[in-house]
Design a protein around this ligand. Structure first.
Ligand code: DLL
Length: 436
């Protein structure tokens, strides 16, 4: 391979060399981090006063964990390590209520992230000459722009369609003969059903590969997508706090995702004790970002559950591989690729005075897509008046939820006592989606 983004020396480096790169990288990150108000205090508390206090990979456990709450509590600039005038990009977990998390990038940060995404693309066998239709949302969500910049670096022809408008997506696939698409697995299944309904099926398409990610899915879902379209599908993992997509990606052998260990240090820990777990044991994924100066992030607890494999991969790459994400340690739901906490829904509905005390969320499948129903009890006096008032209230709740969680829910209003009451912890979420 002569590709610019296939770096044999780094991608097939023996473990001791990878660790050496990580130690060098982390020393730099500590220097950057000490410049932020948040880590300035936090690292010093752990007696890390300079990069010289970190000398081998075993020293990692001396460093404190970072959590989503740390990011929220230090919003907006507590983790900013450069002058704001050096920041060229902001991504944020927006579309949520409460305090968002924000990630800043310098130009070098964007370049380093794009290089890693380009490397991921090359590892799948996609190339310059491919026509890349990016169906992931563009905006504060990292799925759109993250792959966009990486694909341009590879030299692919990028079509930045963003998500939605399925009929138009199909037309564009035909018009421009797209060979690679990027989407959530659930959207691809939906896309297939729209193609089937619209007549000539897959005839006239040139598709050969897809990158899928941003939401949990099983091996069977991958096989189904591959079979439906007659293409190869590669799993892609990332999160906005760690730049976005490109943290771990499957190579052409599609046997778990290589974590790019010169860019990210991965650990699996026991979520209860915080102790590191060996390869093969499932626990919480913890990641350190080695390639971003503007917002350094050390030992970030992702709350995703998975395990690592360090067996050699048939592709020759030595970077450890991450299994599929098997679950979460918190109650975050992923609905058609969008992250939603039940508490966000509660916050919205509970500020509406007509709403009673009980509510419940139901998740089902509507074809390939997830369907969210929010059941809300309202005060009985609402039922004695004009029915149009109830409809007005329903629309208002629906609209406020849509604006906040960026998902269009079905809202059903009920009289008090309709929903089950639990004596202990309320069961707010009924998830009828098939388990992965
Ligand atoms: O979902 C970034 C991304 C975009 C990844 C496009 C891949 C492709 P967030 O919106 O911050 O970022 O959501 C991150 O989504 O902690 C996981 O729980 C879940 N997730 C992401 N990729 C996968 C995957 C993007 N391949 C959260 N399998 C993460 C399972 C995934 N879950």
């Amino acid at each position: 391979m002569t590709e610019k983004f296939w770096n044999k020396e780094i991608e097939t480096a023996p473990r001791d060399q990878i660790e050496k790169l990580q130690v060098q990288g982390l020393k730099k990150v500590i220097q950057w981090a000490l410049d932020t108000p948040f880590y300035g205090k936090k690292l010093k508390k752990s007696e890390i006063n300079s990069p010289d206090d970190f000398n081998c990979i075993a020293d990692l456990t001396k460093l404190p964990f970072t959590t989503k709450d740390d990011l929220r509590n230090n919003f907006p600039r507590g983790l900013l390590a450069v002058d704001m005038s050096e920041v060229v990009r902001i991504h944020s977990s927006s579309g949520t209520t409460g305090i968002p998390t924000v990630i800043y990038f310098t130009q070098d940060d964007v370049n380093r992230w794009s290089d890693i995404v380009a490397r991921s693309i090359i590892a799948t066998g996609a190339r310059k000459g491919d026509i890349f239709q990016n169906m992931m949302t563009y905006g504060l969500f990292t799925g759109g722009l993250g792959l966009h910049y990486g694909a341009e670096k590879v030299g692919m022809t990028v079509i930045p369609v963003s998500s939605g408008n399925t009929k138009r997506q199909v037309q564009i696939m035909k018009d421009f003969q797209s060979t690679v698409v990027h989407a959530t697995p659930s959207y691809l299944m939906h896309l297939h059903s729209v193609i089937e309904q619209s007549g000539p099926g897959l005839a006239g398409l040139a598709l050969r590969k897809t990158f899928v990610g941003a939401e949990p899915h099983s091996e069977n879902t991958r096989l189904k997508i591959e079979e439906m379209f007659g293409i190869d599908a590669y799993n892609s993992y990332g999160l906005s706090e760690l730049n976005g997509p490109g943290v771990a990606f499957e190579c052409e052998f599609k046997d778990s995702m290589h974590v790019w260990e010169d860019a990210y240090i991965v650990e699996i820990i026991d979520p209860a004790t915080g102790q590191q777990l060996p390869a093969g044991e499932e626990g919480e994924v913890v990641l350190t970002n080695l390639i971003r100066q503007a917002t350094p992030l050390i030992r970030y607890r992702t709350r995703d559950l998975a395990y690592l494999t360090n067996e050699p991969c048939r592709c020759g790459r030595t970077h450890q591989r991450l299994s599929r994400i098997t679950g979460r340690t918190d109650d975050m739901l992923i609905i058609n690729g969008v992250n939603v906490f039940p508490s966000q829904i509660e916050e919205i509905i509970m500020q509406i005075p007509e709403v009673g005390t009980n509510w419940q969320i139901c998740l089902d499948k509507d074809g390939a897509l997830d369907k969210l129903t929010v059941n809300v009890e309202i005060y009985s006096k609402m039922f004695s008046g004009d029915a149009s008032q109830i409809e007005k209230l329903r629309s208002r709740i629906k609209e406020e939820l849509r604006a906040s969680i960026v998902i269009n829910p079905i809202v059903r209003l009920h009289e008090p006592g309709f929903l089950p009451v639990s004596e202990g912890k309320a069961k707010r979420v009924i998830d009828n989606r098939p388990k992965i």
